[in-house]
Design a binder for this molecule. Structure first.
Ligand SMILES: [Zn+2]
Ligand SMILES: [Zn+2]
Length: 329
């Protein structure tokens, strides 16, 4: 557990993704920001009991976006605590099983080991219809957090939000960027601090990714907690984010670089065609080869079984006859 700023506690789930316990300012009241991967509820409940008091519950759960590593335990926690889940209206199609996110782009330039594993992620969508409510779109103050404002930072997820507290310039940046090298799975697991692009294979609109980073850099945060990576505090927070904004370039190539996916209140309106992915093709060939082998083995077994049924008694026990009728030994 790490304190990002006054009343803001970061819990790292499996050294991979963070959730935040944010005190509202009213004693004993707090809000949970994000819920980690599926199956994280026990760790989150235990942390809440430790930070606040046993049996404590938040006023609400706010999701920065609906990706599996942020919304994964939302249903279990909402059921356990009997609290609402709040998200930007543009995330609702993905949180009410009406749509799946644009497919990941494993071919994106510089996607690193995250891009490799992204090939094997299932399509992402959750069914939280009974719990999820939209954030009021014209009100920049998130419910229960009067000292904070939310900012719409799309590009990585259509309704992704960041949270900012002006009084001490604390920024919860979601996956608008990361505080570790998110493209390198080992760097994420080692929690090496570095302000970087987040989740490149999942970024479906690179212009918006750049705009979101510039918007957040302009806030000059003094403390940063993102979805992935350790908290960064002090001058390096604003410096690192300013540098990322200055050096941001769209990737050299990738599915969504020239033509972004288009999304709307119903989900995904357009995705560009998938580029050729030599690694996926190799896996497909290997998979087809394996399938052919398994199929051949199955056919062989079936053929042998049928043969046995045609000749129920073992042939070796009987003298064999050649076609000409002569006995063979
Ligand atoms: Zn994400
Ligand atoms: Zn994430």
């Amino acid at each position: 557990m790490e304190k990002v700023a006054a009343g803001v506690h970061q819990l790292s789930i499996q050294r991979f993704v963070n959730v935040y316990f944010v005190e509202t300012g009213t004693p004993g009241e707090w809000v949970l920001v994000d819920t980690g991967l599926p199956g994280s509820e026990q760790a989150i409940i235990a942390a809440a009991d430790q930070i606040f008091y046993p049996g404590s519950h938040p006023e609400a759960i706010i999701l920065t976006h609906g990706h599996m590593d942020h919304a994964g335990s939302a249903q279990a926690l909402a059921e356990h605590w009997k609290v609402p889940v709040l998200a930007h209206p543009l995330e609702l199609p993905f949180l009410t099983a009406r749509a799946v996110y644009p497919p990941a782009d494993p071919t994106v330039a510089g996607g690193g080991s995250l891009a490799f594993v992204a090939r094997f992620f299932p399509p992402q969508s959750f069914q939280l219809t009974d719990y999820v409510q939209p954030l009021p779109p014209n009100d920049v103050d998130p419910p229960f957090l009067p000292d904070w404002e939310w900012l719409h930072v799309p590009g990585h997820a259509p309704g992704q939000i960041a949270l900012f507290r002006q009084q001490d310039r604390t920024l919860l940046g979601a996956d608008a960027f990361a505080t570790c090298n998110h493209e390198s799975v080992p760097s994420v697991l080692l929690q090496l601090p570095k302000i970087s692009i987040a989740g490149a294979p999942f970024n479906y609109n690179w212009q918006q990714v750049g705009e979101s980073i510039r918007q957040l850099a302009a806030l000059e945060p003094e403390a940063i907690g993102c979805g992935h990576g350790p908290a960064i505090k002090g001058p390096q927070a604003a410096d690192g984010l300013r540098q990322l904004a200055r050096e941001f370039r769209v990737p050299a190539h990738g599915r969504y670089v020239q033509h972004p996916a288009r999304t709307d209140e119903n989900g995904v309106a357009y995705v560009p065609p998938a580029p050729h992915d030599p690694i996926r093709a190799k896996f497909a060939v290997a998979g087809a080869g394996l399938g052919a082998l398994v199929g051949a083995a199955w056919l062989m077994k079936r053929y042998q079984k049928r043969k046995q049924n045609e000749y129920p008694r073992p042939l070796a026990a009987e003298p064999k006859h050649s076609r000409t009728g002569e006995v063979m030994r």
